[in-house]
Ligand binder design. Structure first.
Ligand SMILES: C[S@@+](CC[C@H](N)C(=O)[O-])C[C@H]1O[C@@H](n2cnc3c(N)ncnc32)[C@H](O)[C@@H]1O
Length: 403
């Protein structure tokens, strides 16, 4: 997509092509292309409209119904923040007194739009001209063009002295190849610039990849890991006055159109007590594990670790928690393929889910080696207990039976 194609899509003719393409999105792309070709829409406009329609269709999971009006690029959509996460961040910024915000590298504007919806005046800067034009179009489509304006340029030159707060979500994809960048030092804008922002603006938030090395967390910053329905989606560094706690795990559970938020906080430095496996095993959400909040969760659940280096918790009681899955354990065995196979055969287990932490075994290979047969189902947990390779057999807790 180039600027001319974007401009063409924003004419009445382009808008009609987008409407026609929207009805075809999500189906067979070849059928959609030939259906649009059969209309009077010029071929290049039809192709651009179809691409947009496909991207909008895909974006519904991130942006809900607002996706239908947005202009998107593939890399822009992949890197954009989910609406539920962006709205929460914006609400937190507003509550901290931020009324003017610079979004340095605003992309398609998902975060900036959320801040504008929260009533914050946002100055977006975006290096890529097409992405910048799309962000401006997205602000207009959302009726937020007065609160979110976009300048195309290099964010490192933006004067941040006049704003209350700064948000930066550096690009984590290589320009051209689109490959993921894992080392923050290769982010754009560059990491030194990004972390230096916190020294210049007391209210700075930086979005980073969830794999961020804890050693890179700036001193005094709050590091937050965010999970949505069990997927670890991002981390954010809340710097200066915005830091409320050292570590936070924020989990969203989507139920239809609603999302429930749960937050676990702590120092990130506490150690959970260690003991033998007990009747209930808790498998903490990845955001809790990455935030180093397993000890805080252990306190909530009155649980212990089976091994100091492995994030499975064990307790005598089942407690319903948004922060972990809970399994009822029936057997704890030193790992032996022969013994496990015999036991599962005796119990006629034909289906297993395999969880693992601290085990080098590959679930697919183990599943093949077990040669399962039968109608029963079981959960297998491959792990170490006090350093020894161990397999636990159990079932997910059925809360309906306990409530
Ligand atoms: C991860 S995306 C931002 C996504 C955005 N927060 C959202 O949720 O829609 C990062 C953006 O920063 C832009 N960018 C990278 N380096 C930049 C720079 N030096 N100045 C301005 N923009 C830059 C990239 O083009 C990319 O669109």
């Amino acid at each position: 997509m180039d600027l001319d194609q974007l401009a063409a899509l924003r004419t009445p003719e382009g808008s009609a092509a987008l409407t026609a393409a929207a009805d075809l999105a999500g189906g067979d792309p070849l059928v959609a292309a030939s259906a649009l070709r059969a209309t009077s829409v010029p071929p290049t406009l039809a192709a651009a409209a179809l691409t947009q329609a496909e991207l909008r269709h895909r974006a519904v999971g991130k942006f809900g119904s607002a996706a239908a009006e947005m202009f998107l690029t593939r890399p822009g959509l992949e890197q954009a923040t989910r609406r539920v996460v962006a709205d929460r961040r914006a609400a937190r910024l507003y509550a901290a007194g931020v009324r003017t915000l610079a979004d340095l590298g605003c992309g398609l504007g998902a975060d900036a739009l959320a801040a504008a919806r929260a009533g914050i005046r946002v100055y977006g800067v975006e290096a890529d001209p097409v992405t910048a034009a799309m962000a401006a179009a997205n602000a207009e489509a959302a009726g937020l063009a007065e609160l979110f304006t976009v300048e195309c340029g290099d964010a490192t030159g933006f004067d941040v002295s006049g704003v209350d707060g700064v948000f930066c979500d550096p690009a984590r994809r290589a320009t051209g190849t689109g490959r993921r960048i894992f080392d923050p030092r290769a982010y754009s804008p560059p990491w030194d610039f990004v972390t230096g922002l916190a020294e210049r603006v007391p209210r700075t938030v930086v979005k980073v990849a969830p794999g961020l090395d804890h050693a890179l967390i700036p001193a005094g910053a709050e590091a937050e890991w965010v999970g949505v329905d069990g997927d670890l989606v991002e981390a954010a560094l809340w710097c200066g006055e915005l830091a409320e706690v050292p570590r936070r795990a924020t989990l969203y559970r989507q139920r239809g159109a609603e999302a429930h938020r749960h937050e676990l906080t702590g120092s990130g430095a506490a150690e959970a007590p260690v003991g033998p496996p007990r009747r209930y095993l808790y498998d903490p959400d990845p955001a809790v594990v990455r935030a180093h909040l397993v000890a805080e969760l252990a306190t909530e659940l009155d649980a212990t670790l089976g091994d100091p280096s492995i994030a499975y918790l064990y307790a005598d009681q089942p407690i319903r928690t948004p922060y972990a899955r809970c399994l009822e354990i029936t057997d704890v065995l030193p790992f032996s393929l022969k013994r496990l196979r015999a036991l599962l055969r005796d119990r006629r287990v034909g289906r297993v889910e395999i969880l693992k932490r601290g085990s080098a075994l590959t679930p697919e290979q183990l599943r093949r080696d077990l040669r399962l047969a039968g109608d029963a189902a079981a959960s297998l947990v491959l792990t170490r207990v006090d350093g020894a390779p161990t397999v636990l057999i159990g079932q997910p807790v059925d809360w309906r039976l306990l409530d």
